[in-house]
Write a protein that binds this ligand. Structure first.
Ligand SMILES: Nc1ncnc2c1ncn2[C@@H]1O[C@H](COP(=O)(O)OP(=O)(O)OP(=O)(O)O)[C@@H](O)[C@H]1O
Length: 272
C-alpha cells in the first residue's frame, strides 16, 4: 500500500525552463439555472512539460475535460462558468488583458472525441487553416498540405484522393485529418479530448503512434478514460478526482508506484 504523502502535487520534478503550461490555484465552477454553483475544478496547480505527452485520467465527471478546456479558454464559451486562479502559457497569463483569444487558440489547438472534418475535400480541410493565416501561394499550399498530412501519418492513405470529400474517410482517418488540419497553423500545444474513444482498436493504435511521434514538435495533453492508453502514450500522468488533483507524476511512477492510496485504488480498478 502506498504511503500517504501530504506534499503538494506541484510538478517539482519538472525543470522551470521546461514548463510550457502552468496552472496556479485554478478553480472552475458552473452555475446552474437555479443559481446553484457546481465546482468542476478545485484549486489545481500543476505544470505541463514542453514537448512531452501529459495525460489526465480519473473517473467520469472528475474534471479532466474542464481542465483541458481552460488551456485555450474554451471554458469562456460557457457563460455559466466561473474561473479563478491562473493559467500560464510560456509564462504568460492567458487571461491577461489584451490577450488575443483566437491567436491563443491557434497556439493551443484542440481535437475532440468525435472527428469533425469540414464537409469539403481532404486537401481543403488542411488548406483551410493555412489560408486563414494568409497562405495564398498554390505551391506553398501544396507543400504544406502534404507536410501536415505526412506529420499526421495520413499522407500514404490519402495522396490519391486529396480532392475527394473528407467525409468519405474512415473515422480514424478523419481524426488524423483533423489533427493535420490543426497542425497546419503550427500550434505549440495540442489538446486531445478522448481522441480515440470513438475509434476501433487499429485506428486507436494509429492515433497513439501519432501522438508519440508528434511530441518531437509540440506539447501534447490528452484526456483519456483508458488507463492503458495513458500508460502507453504519456510521459506524465495527472490523476484527478472530484475536481482535485490527487497525484501527478511521471507515468511509469504513477502506474507502478503511486504515492496516494486513492490513485492506487483507481488504477487497480477498485473504484471509478
Ligand atoms: N457546461 C457545463 N455546465 C455545467 N456543468 C458542467 C459543464 N461542463 C462540465 N460540467 C460539470 O463539471 C464536472 C466536471 O466535468 P468534466 O466534463 O470536466 O469531467 P470529465 O472528467 O471530463 O468527465 P467525463 O470523463 O465523463 O467526460 C461534472 O460534474 C460536470 O457535470
Amino acid at each position: 500500500m502506498p504511503a500517504e504523502d501530504s506534499s503538494r502535487n506541484d510538478s517539482t520534478y519538472i525543470d522551470a525552463g521546461d514548463v510550457c503550461l502552468e496552472t496556479r490555484d485554478l478553480s472552475l465552477g458552473y452555475h446552474s439555472r437555479g443559481g446553484r454553483r457546481q465546482s468542476a475544478l478545485d484549486d489545481i496547480s500543476l505544470c505541463i512539460e514542453r514537448k512531452r505527452v501529459t495525460a489526465f485520467i480519473g473517473p467520469s465527471g472528475c474534471g479532466k475535460s474542464s481542465l483541458l478546456r481552460t488551456f485555450n479558454r474554451m471554458t469562456d464559451l460557457d457563460e455559466q462558468s466561473r474561473l479563478t486562479g491562473e493559467v500560464r502559457l510560456e509564462g504568460e497569463d492567458i487571461h491577461a488583458r489584451g490577450v488575443d483569444v483566437p491567436m491563443l487558440r491557434r497556439r493551443v489547438g484542440m481535437v475532440f472525441q468525435t472527428p469533425n472534418p469540414f464537409p469539403m475535400s481532404v486537401y481543403e480541410n488542411v488548406a483551410f487553416g493555412l489560408r486563414l493565416v494568409g497562405e495564398r501561394d498554390k505551391r506553398h499550399l501544396d507543400d504544406k498540405v502534404e507536410a501536415c498530412l505526412r506529420a499526421a501519418a495520413l499522407w500514404d492513405e490519402v495522396k490519391d484522393r486529396l480532392f475527394d470529400s473528407a467525409l468519405g474517410l474512415s473515422g480514424g482517418q478523419q481524426q488524423r485529418l483533423v489533427i493535420a488540419r490543426t497542425l497546419a497553423v503550427e500550434p505549440e500545444v495540442l489538446l486531445l479530448d478522448e481522441p480515440a474513444s470513438a475509434l476501433d482498436p487499429i485506428s486507436t493504435l494509429k492515433i497513439e503512434e501519432l501522438i508519440r511521434s508528434l511530441r518531437s514538435r509540440l506539447t501534447l495533453v490528452i484526456v483519456t478514460h483508458n488507463m492503458q492508453q495513458a500508460a502507453r502514450v504519456s510521459d506524465a500522468t495527472a490523476f484527478l478526482h472530484d475536481g482535485r488533483l490527487v497525484e501527478y507524476a511521471p507515468t511509469d511512477q504513477l502506474f507502478t508506484n503511486p504515492r496516494r492510496r486513492q490513485t492506487e485504488d483507481y488504477i487497480t480498478g477498485r473504484f471509478g
